[in-house]
Design a protein around this ligand. Structure first.
Ligand SMILES: NC(=O)c1ccc[n+]([C@@H]2O[C@H](COP(=O)([O-])OP(=O)(O)OC[C@H]3O[C@@H](n4cnc5c(N)ncnc54)[C@H](OP(=O)(O)O)[C@@H]3O)[C@@H](O)[C@H]2O)c1
Length: 268
C-alpha cells in the first residue's frame, strides 16, 4: 500500500502552480490535505476540484507566510484539530528581480520569511512529532538554481537560499533517517506556473523554448514519487534540467554566473 493512503498532508503554496498540482496528485490516496496560501479563492477552487474527483478531504487554512508567527499558527491549528501531519510539503516561494542593494528592507524580510524561515520553522515543528511516531515524509521544493550558480543579482540570492535548502535536507536526513523520516529536496528547472509574473520577469513562458519548459503537473508527480521512494536531492527529469547540471560542471562558475546574470537581466 502507498505510504500516503489515508494519511494527512500539509501543503504550503497550494493556491497555484506546483503546490496546486501536488495536492491534486496526492488526492488519489484518500487523504486529509491541509492547504495553505493567501489566495482563498484559489484554495476554494482547489477544494472543489479535489473533493469532486476523489475521496480526499481538503482543509483550507489561509495564511501569509511572510508573517513570522504563521508557521507556529499553522502547527497550532493542526494540533487543535487533531490533524497529525504525515507528509509535509514546503512549497511556497517566489523570486524577485530588483537589484539587491535597493530592495526594500520590509520586502526583503517578507521574502526571507516565505522562502526560507517558514520552511525551516515548519520542518522543525512537524519533524519533532514525526520523530516521536518514527514515521514521516517531508518534501522541500527547492530548485536547480540551488545547484547551478545562478547569477550575482536577485536570482543568485534566490539560488543561494535554494542551495541552503538542499544542504539542510542532507543534514536532516543524516540525523532523522534512522527515525524512518525521509526528507527530499525537489529541484525543478523552468516550470510553467505563476512564478515569472510574481518575480517580475517580463519574459513570457512562450519565450522559453518548449523542450526547456516543464508542466507543474509533471514536476508535482515526479517530486512526490521521489520523496516516497526516499530520494534526497531530486533533479526533475526533462526540461534539459539534468543536461544543464551536467554541462555546468565543465564551465567555470564565474562564467556561469555572468551568463545567468545576463539571462535574468534580459528577462526583466
Ligand atoms: N516555476 C519555476 O520555474 C520554478 C523552478 C524551480 C523552483 N520553483 C519553486 O517552486 C515553488 C512553487 O512555485 P511555483 O513555481 O509553483 O509558483 P507560483 O505558481 O507562483 O506558486 C507560488 C505559491 O507560493 C505561495 N506564496 C507566495 N507568497 C506567499 C506568502 N507570502 N504566504 C503564503 N504563501 C505564499 C503562493 O500563494 P499565494 O500567492 O496565494 O499566497 C503560491 O501558492 C517555489 O518554492 C519556487 O521557488 C519554481
Amino acid at each position: 500500500m502507498n505510504y500516503l493512503e489515508n494519511k494527512t498532508a500539509l501543503v504550503t503554496g497550494a493556491s497555484s502552480g506546483i503546490g496546486y498540482e501536488i495536492v491534486k496528485y496526492i488526492s488519489k490516496f484518500n487523504m486529509k490535505i491541509i492547504v495553505t496560501a493567501r489566495r482563498e479563492n484559489n484554495l476554494n477552487q482547489l477544494k472543489k476540484e479535489v473533493e469532486n474527483n476523489s475521496n480526499s478531504e481538503v482543509i483550507i487554512l489561509v495564511k501569509d507566510l511572510a508573517t513570522p508567527e504563521s508557521p507556529q499558527e499553522i502547527y497550532d491549528f493542526c494540533l487543535s484539530n487533531n490533524l497529525q501531519v504525515d507528509f509535509l510539503v514546503n512549497n511556497a516561494g517566489y523570486g524577485f528581480t530588483s537589484d539587491f542593494d535597493t530592495y526594500d528592507l520590509n520586502k526583503l524580510d517578507d521574502f526571507m520569511n516565505v522562502l526560507l524561515n517558514s520552511l525551516v520553522k515548519l520542518t522543525r515543528l512537524f519533524l519533532k512529532d514525526m520523530k516521536e511516531r518514527k514515521s514521516g515524509k517531508i518534501l522541500q521544493v527547492s530548485s536547480i538554481a540551488g545547484i547551478i550558480p545562478s547569477g550575482s543579482g536577485a536570482i543568485g540570492i534566490y539560488g543561494n537560499i535554494k542551495n541552503f535548502i538542499n544542504e539542510f535536507t542532507i543534514t536532516l536526513n543524516s540525523t532523522y533517517k534512522k527515525f524512518n523520516i525521509d526528507i527530499c529536496a525537489l529541484c525543478p528547472g523552468f516550470t510553467e506556473t505563476g512564478f515569472n509574473e510574481r518575480a517580475g520577469f517580463n519574459m513570457q513562458y512562450s519565450d522559453v523554448p518548449s523542450p526547456f519548459l516543464m508542466s507543474a503537473k509533471d514536476v508535482a508527480i515526479q517530486g512526490v514519487n521521489a520523496c516516497l521512494s526516499g530520494k534526497e536531492i531530486f533533479v526533475v527529469k526533462g526540461g534539459f534540467n539534468r543536461t544543464m547540471i551536467f554541462i555546468s560542471k565543465f564551465i567555470p562558475n564565474k562564467i556561469l554566473r555572468l551568463a545567468f546574470g545576463k539571462l535574468v537581466d534580459s528577462g526583466k
